[in-house]
Design a protein around this ligand. Structure first.
Ligand code: 6PG
Length: 259
């Protein structure tokens, strides 16, 4: 049994980012209150930048117990951290430099090893340790989606999709979205989440969102379909703007929070 995603539609990108920030901040507060820690998996790409920036603003900067948050990444481009394409750099500049998450609780994917395969093997240990903090689940996994339906660095029809279930982190070669070399948590690992939050804006994402949510099961063509938090306790929420949600034929009946 897969869980029923919640779809939250907002008129435009700015309002979506604010709504997502409110959701994330509240979730961190609740789970830290309940168990004293929070494990957060960050998304890359451009869309989450707005969410991350809002989390550094008040009231979230003061309200959220940042000192109890542990951070890993869902994927990384295999470039130096100083590279403009680095997901670590984007999160550091827009978010991590501006909130008091202890540096030794931030675990970037290493990109200095000779190959992404070596980095994937090393990072798997960090992922395992982070999962153990949450009895086998991340508290929150934030993901984006590409117009082609990829999520993290899991691309349609890519050999990396066939990684065996016991592998937590996979090296990705020849990614269709540059840079070509990447490291990604597998779909099975990204699914080990108490909550998965997809964030997407813009008409170019509409087809992928519709196919992922409402199309026939085709997890090779639409890899985001592979992301399935554990039922019944797992949650999945999509924050989309009207363009991404409207053209996607998203079932507005499940939109309980239309702004
Ligand atoms: C990456 C991301 C990727 C991203 C989507 C959407 O490293 O490229 O992890 O999965 O989330 O490509 O990217 P945008 O947010 O830039 O549209």
């Amino acid at each position: 049994m897969s869980i029923q995603p919640e779809i939250i539609i907002r008129p435009d990108g700015a309002v979506v980012q604010q709504a997502a920030a409110e959701y994330v901040a509240t979730l961190i507060q609740k789970r830290v209150e309940a168990r004293g820690a929070f494990t957060l998996v960050l998304a890359g790409g451009n869309t989450p930048r707005g969410l991350y920036q809002r989390l550094t603003d008040e009231p979230f900067h003061s309200q959220v117990p940042w000192e109890q948050v542990h951070v890993v990444w869902g994927d990384e481009r295999y470039v130096p951290y100083a590279d403009g394409e680095s997901n670590y750099q984007m999160a550091r500049e827009s978010f991590l430099m501006h909130v008091p998450i202890p540096q030794d609780q931030v675990y970037p994917i290493p990109t200095h090893y000779p190959t992404p395969h070596k980095a994937a093997t090393i990072y798997a240990r960090m992922v395992e340790m982070t999962l153990e903090m949450g009895e086998g689940l991340f508290d929150l996994v934030i993901l984006g989606i590409g117009a082609d339906g990829h999520t993290a660095s899991l691309f349609p029809h890519h050999p990396a999709l066939d990684t065996s279930e016991d592998i937590l982190v996979v090296a990705v070669e020849n990614a269709p979205k540059p840079p070509p070399q990447r490291v990604s948590l597998t779909a099975a690992t990204l699914s080990r989440a108490a909550c998965v939050l997809f964030l997407a804006t813009g008409a170019e994402k509409a087809e992928a969102i519709h196919a992922t949510l409402h199309g026939p099961p085709d997890p090779y063509r639409w890899p985001a379909q592979r992301i399935q938090p554990p039922a019944p306790a797992g949650k999945m929420v999509w924050f989309v703007d009207s363009e991404a949600g409207e053209h996607a034929g998203v079932d507005r009946a499940v939109d309980r929070h239309h702004g």
